[in-house]
Design a protein around this ligand. Sequence first.
Ligand code: BG6
Length: 602
Amino acid sequence: MCGIIARIGHGDAAETLLSGLENLEYRGYDSAGIAVQNGSGVKVHKCSGEVDDLKSSLESQPHGNMGIGHTRWSTHGPPTDANAHPHTDTAGDVAVVHNGVIDNYDELRAELQAKGHEFESDTDTEVIPHLIDEYRTETGDSEEAVRRAVETLEGSYAIAAIVDGEEAVYAARKGSPLVLGLDDEEWFLASDVPAFLDHTDEVIYLEDGDIVVLDPDSYRITDLEGTPLDRSTDTVDWDPEDAGKGEYDHYMLKEINNQPTSLSNTIEGRIDDGDVALEELPAGTFEDVETVQFVACGTSYHAAMYGANLLRSAGISTEVVRASEYTSMSGPVDEGTLVVAVTQSGETADTLEAVREATARGARSLAVTNVVGSTAAREADDAIYIRAGPEVGVAATKTFSSQAVTLALLTQRLAADVPTATPAEDRETMLEELKELPEHVERVLETTDAESLARDTVDSKSYFFIGNGLGHSVALEGALKFKEITYEHAEGFAAGELKHGPLALVTDETPVFAVATGSGDGKTKTNAIEAQTRGAPIVAVSPDDHPLTDVAEVHLSIPDTHPVWAGLLANVQLQLVSYHAADLLERPIDKPRNLAKSVTVE
Ligand code: BG6
């Protein structure tokens, strides 16, 4: 997935484009580029590397009141200068930035080369400016040319284009997110709101098939036939300050430390007199639901496992399917199926496709997401927001905690609505203790020994994480976080699985982090001892009085609380261990290699 931006208005565009790209860099950082139009041609500046590399490559600030920009996560062609966006046609009159994948690019490329178009990159994107140029020659009209060009594309795209000598920006979307930012002095188009949030919070979320034309004083939205469209305006309730690092060295550390606040926002107004109150999902919403299917990727998949564990305990038949595997892995689907998309960005293509498949087979859909106006939220029958606030660090942290809490609250809603379900007997206690969760997280952040533990174990050969029940999804999440940002070998297991194979990897150089939540983890101590017997140092992540602390060499303490919330406290400890280990290894923590915040291509 990439980040695109466009700006037109009064005054120079370059600075705004560059700072917008910096705020989009969580979407990809393999290369960066801008193109500005200043009446004497379209000037393209691009290079492999990050936005900082692009800025230092500029001899002087390019002038021009309009332009486009791009930050890349490579899908087609390695991260080189030539493959960086913007791409142009042979004459350099049309410049284009693109987020998505063009599936039929190779046959289009061959057709265009046969007509004399010269290509400079390996990318799928480069066919677009050549197509626009081709249709401009045919029609003499750039807007019509853009419309015809996108009609020939198969795949997903959000594109922005500028044409030499024209004071206009042309854009289109299908399958990839694109949002229009409205301000008095200027207009923006971008893959996501952080790109221009410090200029305006008035936005229009564009739909698939929308064609947009901006000029310095107005904007026009039409469909592929050219029929004008009227789109509603939304106000983004995120504060631009949220998009900054504040006093922290990394967004990830800021977001880990932000969890007491983000969790308070997630919980606020959702517990009423010992019961759950979800304004988006009133009582009775799910009385026709028989089974639940979670679809998700990455960290969201582990949060979905957490939710599924709770739903099963309430007697609701539930499966969790990796979204990229949905077509081949999902069980039967019908009108009684509720498919729940767990996705912080609301834009992960694998998850969106899985939901489209499930609803096509009759399921009802619910999006559990962090982004208002995201594609997942707009396409689903219902949506519930996790309210974690913007998350910039590529490795998800605070959104996992807010997802798990939102799914636990959703469980209570479903357990009350679904005729065959049984709400948790200790629901009132559980909800009472939820109110203390932000404070408990605060205590973990203040008292943690994660940094010294990271220092003591940084030279280990591999890192293993084990847990049972709710602890299992936390162990998997702990291992994923460790892999994502340290690049070290780390794996998570159901504790009981270790002896059925992975134990062969265990030595005195492989610390084993054992997660205990107080529910279903009686066996975890036994499994930890089995690993200790092979020499592994054991790290207990548990309340102080847990039996696991009797056998462990090191203890990462978590406050006593209801087992449903203990797993989240344990996960904060594991987030901190990963963070400090990556910091010791001097890894680019916010932008780990080869990854992106959410991947909008399949
Ligand atoms: C990956 C991110 O690209 O997508 C992970 O690096 C994330 O952090 C995963 O968990 C799923 O993203 P989302 O937005 O669907 O929750």
